[in-house]
Each structure stands twice: as C-alpha cells, then as structure tokens.
Design a protein around this ligand. Structure first.
Ligand SMILES: *[C@@H]1O[C@H](CO)[C@@H](O)[C@H](O)[C@H]1NC(C)=O
Ligand SMILES: *[C@@H]1O[C@H](CO)[C@@H](O)[C@H](O)[C@H]1NC(C)=O
Ligand SMILES: *[C@@H]1O[C@H](CO)[C@@H](O)[C@H](O)[C@H]1NC(C)=O
Ligand SMILES: *[C@@H]1O[C@H](CO)[C@@H](O)[C@H](O)[C@H]1NC(C)=O
Length: 483
C-alpha cells in the first residue's frame, strides 16, 4: 500500500512535467501524425498493397538532381527564401482533408506561405457528407492562420483559380478537380499549376487523374526514385510525358527539432514510454513506426527480430535484452495481417520482447524512447519516408530497406545500415540488429551522423529553400505564358 502511494506520488510529480512536455508538443502533434500513417501514399488502404513492379533505374542527370536537393543554407540571418511570394495569390487544391501525409504537408506549405504574407486559398475536393471532427478542426486551424477556405465547386473556386498567381494540386488524385470544376477553363489554369505528387502506387496512374499532367507548369516530387518511377510509368502505361519535374526532399518541422534537441523532455518521455511498455532503461528497443500493413513490412521485421534473438543466444553474445516495438497497430483496419503478426509472436514465445502500440497522434515520445528505427517498407519502398528524418533528428540510427526514398536519406554504413526488401532481407536485417546491439559505439556514432545529416539538409529551412526555387520557376513560366 505504502509502496503503491509512493509510486503514485512520483507519478503525480512527474505528470506536470510530462504534460508540459506534451503541451509544447501540441502544436507539433498535428504534423507528427502523418508519420504514423503514410508519408507517401495518401490512401492508407493502398499502403497494404505490395505489388512487385520493377524499380526504374534510369536516373536523372546528376546536375539536375543536385539543383534542388543540395541547397546550402547560407546563414541563419538570411531572409526567408519564400519572401518573393508576399501578396501573391496561391490556390491550394487538396484531394481530401485528413490527418494523412499529403494534406498535412500541403497545410505546412500553406502556413509557410502565410508566414511570408502570401494570400492563400484552400480547397478540399472530396469532403465527407457528414460533419467530420477532423475536417472541422483542420479547417479551423487554417482559418486561424489566415488561410481562406473555399468550397471546391462553384463560381468562387473558378474565379480564384483564374485570378491566382499559382495553383498547387496536391497528389495525383486532386487531378479530378480540374475538369469537374473548371470545365472549359482548364487550359487557362494549367500553365500556372504546380502538381505536388507524393505517391507511387499503381492505381494512381489513371488517365482520369493525370491526363492534364503534361500541360502543367511543373511537377514536384518527394524523391528521385519516385520521380523516375512517374517518368517511366506515365510514358509506358499512359503514353503521356511528365512536365518539368522537380525533386524536393522534405524537411523536419521546427517543433520536432525543438523536442529532438531538448534532452530534458526527451528523458522524461523516454522514461514514461519505457515504463508503460515495461522495458527497462538499459534495454535496447528496435522500433517500426508506420501504420501496420504488409507494405510496411512489420511481418518480415518480426522474423528478423526473432532470428536476431536466436543469433544472440547461439553465439552467447553479451548484450542487453532487446525489444521490438511496433507503433501503428490498428486491429480494426488490418485485422487479418495484425492477427498474423500476433500469432507469430505467440508461436515463437517472444511476447515479453515484442510490444504493439496503437496508431497514435504523436510519435515524438516513441522516437525519444527507442534506440534504433527500423524502416522496413517493401516493394518500391517509401516515397520519401518522413519518419526516417524524424528519427535521425533524435539521433537514432536507421535500419532500412534499400528501396525508395530511404536510399536518398540513409547513408549505408554511416547513418544506418540498408538491407534488401522482401524475404532476402530477413537475415541481413537480423545481422544488422545484432550488429547495432553489440557495437554500442557504432550505434551511437551512426545516430550522431544521422543528426548531422538532418541538420545539413533535412530541416524546414532547407525544404523552404528548395520549394522557393521551384515556385520561382513556375511563377516565371506562368508569367511568360500569359504575356
Ligand atoms: C483508395 O484505395 C482504395 C482501394 O485500393 C480505392 O478503392 C480508392 O479509390 C482509393 N482512393 C483514392 C482517393 O485513391
Ligand atoms: C520502366 O518500367 C518498366 C516496368 O514497369 C520496365 O520494364 C522498364 O525497363 C522501365 N523503363 C526504363 C527506361 O527504366
Ligand atoms: C488499442 O486499440 C484497440 C482497438 O483497436 C483497443 O481495444 C485498445 O484498448 C487500444 N489500446 C490502448 C492501450 O489504447
Ligand atoms: C550496405 O553496406 C554493407 C556493408 O557495410 C554492404 O554489405 C551492403 O551491400 C550495402 N547495401 C547497399 C544497398 O548498399
């Protein structure tokens, strides 16, 4: 009894701190959300489909590649690179409004543009018929920051599109809005459209969505792999040509970096999460933070994890107990797949080493409490994989599949270790888990190198700078077209 109340007292003392830490996270939370879902496909059901289309190896010229990804930030006092957008009218067209990657990223851009005094108008093409809490709160968040929210259909939307300096269509699916609303006015608007694409799944290559793609001013895509894939697929499948394509890597928000760089809140979050999972401070946690689905490879990760436990036992390695944490569980959405995962855990009797955490709005507490991030996305991998740069901000090494955007983020052997996708990757990943469990120095160094890499190229100012170059180009093209 006495022990119990002492514990409660400690908890009570700790709670205000924790709440404080969480509060400071609150503004950031919204943007943490997307990572626990999909950073790439905006359709969460689609992430489960893993078809095996060959990755196109035809790379863009190095020069073109570096133009937009290797931007140097000159100095902290430098003016905001988006300043030239002041008082420009920008129309943002989102295919939907939800807590998934695509819409949240577009909202981030809306706020960056508002920050430099642009006039920003937002349209959501597909809205639920019934009143929806998420839509309501996101719309209010935008209104609070001075973004105008318009109905997708009607004269006002058409007038705004005609008047705008720039129209940004977000995701392939948003293409449906063009004909449906603008009708015969479509050709007037296309020359000032920048199409931001974040997906790499087969069903997005539909004429219905992307037939206007060749005629827009430009396409902006999150990784080189994804851009190449689009170039290839539009040509081979649809017989259309991509417009000028800009690759723009994403960046970490200021809010995330603040938590990642605050050792006090990190320690509190770490203690709290570990306590709730029943994992001791000195134990090692390898975690996947992604919605649970076959495409994200939690099944293969668990097989690797089990193999690594056996390796440690066989070789009698002196390592702290290792744990696997799977953040992104949703029994209602992926019942069959998740049942499979849980059965595997029971069958191998590793319940005390594997922990499932429900899909959550905030991933920072988990990033603060784990030791290694596993990015095990299968087939073509992640489009970009924002969780990867977020983990690196928390000085975590990454064990990732050699596919998609992960290869553009993780430096193999320096900030993490890559393994092949599919079954061939199970044993290499198991070996990599053992490697990082046994070599403490190496693990910590990789984490530090990852953090340095983030500071060099994956911060919000880097992203703003890259986006600014694109917007400048597109504005210029739109102008020369209209004169
Ligand atoms: C999402 O995926 C499902 C199943 O693949 C599909 O039926 C639906 O049309 C997709 N929605 C969008 C907006 O792409
Ligand atoms: C484009 O993709 C197809 C498979 O979808 C592949 O067979 C082909 O080799 C690729 N083309 C190029 C130029 O990479
Ligand atoms: C996780 O979600 C399931 C439903 O999918 C629910 O039954 C369970 O209580 C949740 N667990 C926690 C800790 O919230
Ligand atoms: C990553 O590096 C290891 C050696 O450090 C090497 O065996 C492996 O093939 C590399 N993987 C990729 C995809 O480059």
């Amino acid at each position: 009894m006495g022990k119990q109340s002492a514990w409660v007292a400690i908890q009570k003392k700790r709670w205000p701190l924790l709440i404080l830490a969480l509060l400071s996270l609150f503004t950031a939370m919204l943007f943490f959300t997307r990572t626990s879902f999909d950073s790439c496909a905006t359709n969460s059901t689609s992430s489960a489909t893993s078809n095996s289309i060959v990755i196109n190896n035809n790379r863009f010229g190095e020069e073109e590649k570096d133009k937009f990804t290797n931007v140097q930030i000159q100095s902290k006092a430098a003016p905001n690179p988006l300043d030239f957008m002041k008082s420009k009218l920008v129309l943002l067209v989102s295919h939907e409004l939800s807590l998934s990657g695509g819409p949240l990223l577009l909202m981030e851009l809306a706020f960056l543009l508002r920050g430099v005094g642009a006039e920003v108008v937002w349209i959501t093409n597909q809205k639920p018929v019934e009143l929806d809490d998420v839509v309501y709160s996101l719309e209010h968040k935008m209104l609070d920051r001075g973004v105008k929210v318009l109905s997708a259909k009607g004269q006002k939307a058409i007038d705004t599109a005609l008047k705008a300096d720039l129209v940004i269509l977000n995701t392939a699916v948003a293409g449906k809005w063009l004909d449906a609303v603008l009708k015969e006015k479509v050709p007037h608007v296309l020359p000032k459209v920048l199409w931001w694409i974040h997906e790499m799944r087969g069903h997005y290559f539909k004429v219905e969505y992307v037939k206007h793609l060749p005629f827009v001013a430009g396409a902006m895509i999150d990784s080189h792999t994804t851009a190449e894939y689009w170039k290839n697929r539009t040509r081979e499948r649809l017989g259309i040509k991509m417009p000028e394509t800009y690759v723009v890597h994403l960046g970490n928000s200021k809010e995330l970096m603040e938590v990642a760089e605050d050792s006090v809140s990190k320690r509190i979050l770490r203690e709290h999460v570990r306590e709730s999972l029943g994992v001791r401070n000195e134990d090692l946690i390898f975690a996947i933070i992604n919605s649970v689905s076959r495409g994200k490879g939690q099944d293969l990760f668990l097989r690797s994890f089990h193999e690594s436990l056996q390796l440690i036992k066989e070789k009698k390695l002196q390592v702290p107990p290792i744990h696997a944490v799977i953040v992104g569980s949703d029994m209602n959405a992926q019942t069959k797949f998740e049942t499979e995962l849980r059965n595997f855990v029971l069958e191998k009797k590793i319940q005390d080493r594997v922990h499932f955490v429900n899909k959550t709005l905030t991933v920072a507490p988990y990033l603060a409490s784990i030791d290694v991030l596993v990015q095990n996305s299968q087939a073509r991998g992640e489009c970009f994989g924002r969780i990867t740069i977020e983990a690196m901000a928390f000085q975590l090494p990454v064990l990732g599949t050699a596919a998609g955007g992960t290869m553009e983020i993780v430096v193999n052997g320096t900030t993490g270790l890559l393994h092949p996708a599919a079954k061939e990757g199970v044993t290499p990943l198991a070996n990599n888990i053992v490697k990082l469990a046994t070599h403490v120095e190496r693990r910590l160094t990789m984490g530090k190198k990852g953090y340095e890499r983030v500071k060099e190229r994956f911060l919000e100012p880097h992203m703003s700078h890259r986006i600014a170059l694109v917007l400048k180009d597109v504005l210029q093209k739109a102008k020369s077209h209209s004169t």
